[in-house]
Ligand binder design. Sequence first.
Ligand SMILES: [Zn+2]
Length: 254
Amino acid sequence: MSTLTSSQLILCGLRYRIGNGDKMTVARQLYQLQEIDLEIESEEKSLSQKTSQLGERQTLDNAQVRLTSEQQHLDELRRQQHDAEWEVDDMLSKIASAEEKLYGGKITNPKELSSLQHEVSMMKGKSDELENRALEIIDLVEAAEKSVAGATGELQKMEAEWQRQQRQLSEEIEQLKSRLAELRQKRQQLSEEIDSPAVKLYEKIRQQKKPPVARVEQGICHICRISLSASELQRARGGQPVQCGSCGRILFIP
Ligand SMILES: [Zn+2]
């Protein structure tokens, strides 16, 4: 880092005076202060909005709740499928053992045989019914599996996107914080350069109405739209803080 010589320092000071000195009236300084304040307010608003979005996962939680309920529905259907298949197996083994008796040759009584035959045919009818029911449930299970797989994929995408947004949000919050620190420092510096009664007046008006400084354009207060008197304009041109006779704001003639 190079050190400035005293003559360079004088030159810098001179440039500053020539560049800004004449025009840097108190009203202009207050207007600059106001611009910084407006920027601070707007950055603070974004910061609080973004901070409230940080960790906000309502949409994700809702999607998770829906997925959990679909999974529970699928579990219930699988249980029903298991029961239905068990009933079919049970019926088939009952039929097998009845048929074994029927064709085994141990039963010879025609009445008994006919009754057993009737029983087997009743059980076959019941078994068909149970098989159809089991097939219906299998269809429902397949549909529910597809739906759960789709919802799981969707939730994973949402989660990844949420993570990305949260990272971005954190970065933006850090940027806003450092911008705000910069602005507050700039504000501090500027307000120290301005006559302190003028800063006090600015702060007092600012507590009651925002913004506290009004630009004057074509002889009109830009905020309350009232035409200023010749004497108000003349005083305002002097650069010292002059308040609008109507709205009380500090007048700034650009
Ligand atoms: Zn006004």
